[in-house]
Design a protein around this ligand. Structure first.
Ligand code: NIG
Ligand code: FE
Length: 407
């Protein structure tokens, strides 16, 4: 028999997802019923509670005065790491450049040393509290990349820890292999690219945990040609491509993402009109990461240019030692104030957009009938309060598959 897990009723609004003739489809004075972990019905409270009486539900939640939104889908993080790079944040504020720090063996390479030295249990113990924080801030699905190992053993260990975290933590964790995240010290990019392809990728494919393959296509990191070789080899092993593209300079990663039919192209601070057109044409989701620009003091990606010709984008945190925020609410606030997105556009980008960037638009990111009942309840009557009340967590309660997991 179907179990009525949860009824959330009397919400001042429930955001369903992107609308066809409005930025958001939403109901006022609304309720949502959950059976078997999925949305069974959503609509005006009276209609829904007639069919699904709250007293029959395992969890009945009175959401008076609150907005109910889909759980956030954070589609780009490097959330598994070790060590502390807060001093680099201070150095960058003092004028040092991200790429200079990396070229001197700091940045990603410093985290690589810390991760190689950490045991699997230490890595897991680092990750789980970050997942707790993300969950408390309304994230119900998160992507996490490897890429702080840069050798087969450590890359496999990272993916294994990501899988263990997925099993142990209520939020969904999606694994991306990113052996091509930086070139190890004392190695050249070309020979390391060969090692990623010949040694790491076959082992990663055999381990079977990673779903996506990502590469840092950037000046002085991996060229377009090296990136293409890695991603094509990944595709042969069944991994779906993603690209870190046009972050510091315009190198051609966006065009590569379009050519390969990648699921997403991410960062895009220096993407131009040709890049935007190519991504749209190829159906590649642009993932914008305003927290990274904020923390680097860089110019934001041109979200309006992506959106104004009818396109859509995802917004994610890019949580990593260089962009130390787990909060999708903060990313959404930056998307509004820094990238001139409307609160509705930013909310859709942090939910449905994220789900598209992870090939999960049929499962997560909207609250339509049949979708996973991944829900965040805002401690305010409208979704606008998420960016409006910036710097503060506005999320009061979080449900994953209809079960309360926070609040
Ligand atoms: O997406 N740009 C490359 N990778 C990360 C940064 C990782 C790090 O600095 O540790 C990013 O911002
Ligand atoms: Fe990244």
């Amino acid at each position: 028999m179907t179990e009525l897990t949860t009824v959330i009723h009397d919400a001042s609004e429930i955001v369903v997802g992107p609308g066809t003739d409005a930025p958001l489809e939403r109901y006022e004075n609304a309720a949502i019923a959950v059976t078997d972990g999925r949305v069974a019905a959503i609509g005006p409270t009276e209609e829904i509670t007639d069919e699904y009486p709250a007293e029959n539900a395992t969890h009945a939640i009175d959401a008076s005065g609150r907005s109910v939104i889909p759980g956030f889908v954070d589609s780009h993080t490097h959330g598994l790491f070790a060590g502390d790079r807060s001093d680099e944040f201070a150095a960058k504020l003092g004028g040092e450049q991200y790429q200079e720090i990396l070229a001197e063996g700091g940045g990603i390479l410093r985290t690589v040393n810390a991760v190689r030295e950490a045991s699997d249990d230490e890595l897991l113990a680092n990750l789980l509290p970050h997942l707790d924080t993300m969950c408390a801030h309304g994230t119900t699905t998160v992507e996490i990349k490897s890429g702080y190992g840069l050798d087969t053993e450590t890359e496999l260990r990272m993916l294994d820890v990501i899988q263990r975290a997925d099993e142990q933590h209520p939020i969904d964790v999606v694994a991306t292999f990113m052996g091509a995240h930086a070139v190890p010290e004392d190695e050249d990019a070309e020979s390391y690219t060969d090692r990623v392809i010949d040694e790491q990728l076959p082992a990663v494919a055999e381990q079977g945990i990673a779903e996506f393959c990502d590469v840092f296509c950037e000046e002085d990191v991996f060229s377009v040609e090296q990136s293409r070789r890695v991603l094509e080899a990944g595709m042969e092993h069944g991994l779906t491509p993603k690209v870190h593209a046009e972050e510091f300079v315009r190198l051609g990663g966006a065009q590569l993402a379009a050519e390969l039919g990648a699921t997403s192209a991410d960062h895009l601070l220096h993407a131009n009109a040709d890049d935007r057109a190519a991504l749209a044409e190829a159906g590649v989701t642009p993932v914008l990461l305003p927290g990274t620009a904020f923390s680097l003091g860089a110019d934001y990606a041109d979200a309006r240019a992506f959106l104004d010709d009818g396109g859509s984008v995802a917004v994610a945190t890019d949580f990593n030692p260089n962009c130390h925020s787990q909060s999708m609410g903060f990313a959404i606030a930056l998307a509004c104030v820094g990238m001139e997105m409307t609160p509705a556009e930013a909310l859709v980008a942090g939910t449905h957009g994220g789900a598209r960037a992870l090939d999960r638009a049929g499962e997560a990111g909207t609250l339509r009938e049949g979708m996973l009942a991944d829900v965040a309840i805002v401690d305010a009557p409208s979704h606008i309060h998420v960016p409006y009340n910036f710097g503060v967590n506005t999320i009061e309660t979080v449900l994953k598959d209809g079960e309360p997991v926070h609040g």
